[in-house]
Design a protein around this ligand. Sequence first.
Ligand code: ATP
Length: 269
Amino acid sequence: MSALLETNELTVSYGGLHANSNVNIKAEKGKLTGLIGPNGAGKTTFIDAITGFTNVSSGRAEFNGNDLAGVLPSDRAKQGLVRTFQSLELFEDLTVWDNLIVMAEETKWWSFLADIVKPNRVLGIEEQAEWALNLLGLGEHRDKLTLDLSHGQRKLVSVARALAAKPSMLLLDEPAAGLDTVESQQLGKHLREILKQDISIFLIDHDMGLVLSVCDYIYVLDFGKIIAEGTPEEVRNNPEVKRAYLGETAGEMQAEGGAAAARTLSGEG
Ligand code: ATP
């Protein structure tokens, strides 16, 4: 295996349900790799399996050439594999700044050791947090309580918090959920900025406009299996993908009158 993150026949089973079934994914260094799929396809399960939050039933996952089997979530983060959660997991009654510092503290002892081996390699905690805030344009909000921010700003704080740990790969679990079109486009710009900082990104999201516009390569999951992969253009035109989304679109159309669903494959976001 040679990609930064690579899985080989990764399978996660919950009882009789294969939430991920023989999933083969390669996420290359310096790239933005996307994973899309209808509700319940197994996207979060994949991130859970990669970051150690659920058990892998069979198959293999490697990060930076190292087998992840048996590695604790905290140790995976120290190796540079850092995630966000759909539920954000922010401390509501802390300031934006304190939310970031709490996360960066987690890597303190490790950074300290790295500094001894290779001085100046790692920024101090405050510098890391400052860097992450500025990268996401949150500097002016640093002293606000997160509960006083808009939903879109809170989403960015959760990304900044993960960034403050200076990952080599950032795994984002639906960062655009609940964002309006403008906020989603802003997020897309921030993601491309993050890539320039030598941080690779693995993105799962329902926002087709975002995924198709920012990803370098996309995998499509349906009922736990990869049914398609390719560039955004290839995925957009793939009949299997249209079929998988049509099922969801029909449901969404009934529930929402069709407007949101009609956008899902057009890439309008
Ligand atoms: P969504 O887009 O709605 O967030 P998803 O693609 O992220 O969905 P998962 O949350 O990974 O999908 O769920 C995949 C399947 O696994 C679903 O059928 C779900 O009910 C099931 N599942 C997920 N987590 C568990 C669990 N801890 N125990 C049992 N079943 C689970």
